[in-house]
Design a protein around this ligand. Structure first.
Ligand SMILES: [Zn+2]
Length: 127
């Protein structure tokens, strides 16, 4: 499944709220209008990445899997870029330019090649 940068931003916020999050709270955290958030949530729900229980929005198991995959891709690419000599403070921005375009099997190869790193160059866990 292809997930967009914007979907990742939403999923990150939703995933943090174990008991679910209200639309108004989500919109506030993302600094957008509730109507825009509502529209994006419909996409996420259509892809099976979130579910709604009454007025609460929750991430699905599928959503978590896709989010962790995206986070892994980002951090593995950061590691690889550091490995080839790119400055640590540049790798996050660079990785964001293409991390979600790389097929999962390529990310796995990079991950193996790097010796299954536990952390990205910024000390964040690689899921
Ligand atoms: Zn990082």
């Amino acid at each position: 499944m292809y997930i967009t940068k914007r979907e990742i931003v939403y999923l990150k916020v939703i995933e943090k709220e174990r008991d679910g999050i209200r639309l108004s709270t989500l919109a506030k955290k993302l600094n957008i209008r509730p109507a825009s958030a509502f529209e994006e949530l419909n996409h996420l729900e259509g892809k099976g990445l979130i579910e709604r229980k009454q007025s609460l929005i929750l991430i699905t198991e599928n959503g978590k899997r896709e989010l962790y995959k995206a986070i892994k891709a980002h951090r593995v690419v950061e590691e690889l870029l550091t490995e080839i000599g790119i400055q640590e403070d540049k790798v996050c921005e660079l990785s964001t330019k293409f991390d979600t375009d790389i097929p999962e099997e390529v990310i796995e190869k990079m991950y193996e090649y790097l010796g299954r790193p536990k952390k990205c160059p910024h000390g964040e866990d690689i899921p």
